[in-house]
Design a protein around this ligand. Sequence first.
Ligand code: GLA
Length: 344
Amino acid sequence: MNKVRITSRPFLKGLDGSPTFLYRLTNSSGAYVEITSLGASIVSIVVPDRNGKLTDVALSYATSDGFLNSDCYFGASVGRVAGRIAHGKFTLNDKEYSLAINNGVNALHGGIRSFSRRTWNASITPSGLKMSLVSPDGEEGYPGTLKVSITFSFSEDNALLIDYKAITSEDTLVNLTNHTYFSLSGEESNSILDNELQIEASRYIEVDKDMVPTVSKSVIGTPFDFTHFKEIGRDIFENNAQLNIAHGYDHSFILNESKTAYAYSKKTGIMLTCKTTYPILHLYTSNFVNVPLGKHHHAYSLYSGFCLETQLYNDAINHPEWPSVVLRKGELYHHQTLFKFSAK
Ligand code: GLA
């Protein structure tokens, strides 16, 4: 029997003043995850440190304005297409599409009225908290009516499972992710430079000066080598062309077959194990974060969290050599990512 309890309470105002709710999934140890229907966003992940002290390891906002207007996407469910589409242009079934440009010269994270800013429908199901929405045909320039559901479940052993499903009325592009900023020393610590990371990936994808993905390269001998545990801050300030463009890590890693990554804080002993069905882990180290009104009204700045955005390849629609992000009419889009917390 699932012992995890789900409770809810009214939350901040969403888009167009819509009411939103905050759901709490609590297991019998008292550890919990909070998720709001505002952007289907993860608001808190509260898990025990090595001394059993409950510690919040996820960044979030204090205000509606944060959820609706910040470019950080704290905790958000991102879609229709996570990551960048170069110049917002693509061709599908011989038709050219132009998307809104919302990040330099590119389209980023689903556009202006992206899934992260929508109020989702929430329902409590036997498998967890299900968030769903319908994205109308043509929304943000994408073809096809897309029905999306994301189910969040939390287990007795502190594992948060995110299960993504989508179907479309016409061929379209889909690449859904979650944009949680983790901070394993506690979200109020405001630095992840001492958090250690291991990513089971032997290649990463370089970007051009506009952050458009170009080619994959071996991580060996570069600051992108996370094949063994390494502090995020160890190489981040190296004079490396890729780190200079992105002001830190903001790059896709091509996961090896195990599709696993680990993160650890020596300070709290909290270990995060990430396992996914997705081929890519996009590491982002808060290179542009400046949020004066973070959760509990404290500020977050540069390097205050790290994101493990599991997803399909960025800009794959313009790179035929990479696995496709096209969802065909009649197909089911289905991916899962597990974030499991332990302490030692
Ligand atoms: C992703 C992008 C970053 C940044 C963040 C959100 O990680 O790759 O460049 O836009 O989202 O702020």
